[in-house]
Design a protein around this ligand. Structure first.
Ligand SMILES: [Zn+2]
Length: 275
């Protein structure tokens, strides 16, 4: 039962994420005006705005103008629903699952905006850092020592909260540092901007949620998948080697792997090195 509720909740939030993806890069309000068809500007009735269902009921076409609706809308809704479900299965109905959901939604929005505009908006990463710094120490087991959330344990756990907060802050700074340094060096050597500041802030946000180990793992996994995909795209001649590939989607993929399998990968890696 709870899984059905979580899935539906994820789909509804996914529908809102579509609004964020469409409007945040244009600096439009995400609250008003209500959703409208991007082509004919007709306001969308509530029954045509039901996540997933309406897209298929309308056979992917606007009811008024009949022009196709992007498949991306149901895709974002479905992905967000499935990620929420996954979070609930992996972490149980807990504060940690809630934090994972917040991060998953943030990285979905960031992925699609970065694909379209090659930017990672501050309006997501900066509040994300604040949420990470303040809430991650309460809920995220990656920021040891974890603190079971309960009113009874809140007061005696102030020391534990502060430790978690410091871990979160260290995660933010160390998470942002590698890309910041690479970007800075690149700029000095080549006199061009290499790494957008958005990537640096994105990694700061991830570090504030997952600590420095999680942030480093995210960068390594992101760089690995990014280079594999880059080589594949160049081999398939779909991409010129000198064109900029947005790094955000790969970092987001690395974040997902780290969120759900980070401890396993870290254990495997250090076991492999016999450390
Ligand atoms: Zn229309």
């Amino acid at each position: 039962m709870i899984f059905v509720v979580v899935l539906l909740f994820g789909l509804i939030i996914g529908s809102f994420l579509n609004v964020c993806i469409a409007r945040l890069p244009r600096e439009q309000s995400i609250v008003s005006p209500p959703s409208q068809c991007p082509r004919c500007k007709t306001p969308i009735k509530w029954y045509d705005n039901v996540p997933l269902v309406s897209f298929f009921a309308l056979r992917g076409k606007c009811r008024t103008c009949g022009l196709p609706i992007s498949w991306r809308y149901p895709l974002v809704e479905l992905l967000n629903g499935l990620l929420y479900l996954w979070a609930c299965v992996a972490f149980g109905p807990s504060g940690e699952a809630g934090m994972v959901m917040v991060l998953c939604s943030a990285l979905l929005v960031i992925t699609f905006i970065d694909l379209d505009y090659q930017i990672i908006p501050d309006v997501i990463t900066l509040p994300g850092m604040v949420i990470g710094l303040l809430a991650a120490p309460l809920f995220m087991s990656a920021l040891e020592p974890p603190m079971a959330f309960g009113l009874g344990r809140l007061l005696p756990s102030v020391g534990s909260y502060l430790t978690g907060f410091v871990n979160s802050l260290v995660g933010l700074l160390l998470g942002a540092a590698p890309l910041f340094i690479i970007g800075w060096l690149w700029e000095k050597l080549r006199k061009v901007e290499a790494m957008g500041g958005g990537d640096v802030k994105y990694m700061g946000m991830v570090g504030s949620f997952l600590g420095w180990k999680g942030a480093f793992l995210t960068i390594m996994l992101g760089a690995l998948t990014g280079s594999l995909a880059g080589v594949a795209l160049i081999a398939l001649k779909k991409h010129q080697a000198d064109r900029v590939i947005p790094f955000g989607p790969y970092l987001a993929f690395g974040t997902l792997l780290t969120l759900f399998h980070g401890p396993d990968i870290i254990d495997w890696y250090f076991g492999f090195l016999r450390l």
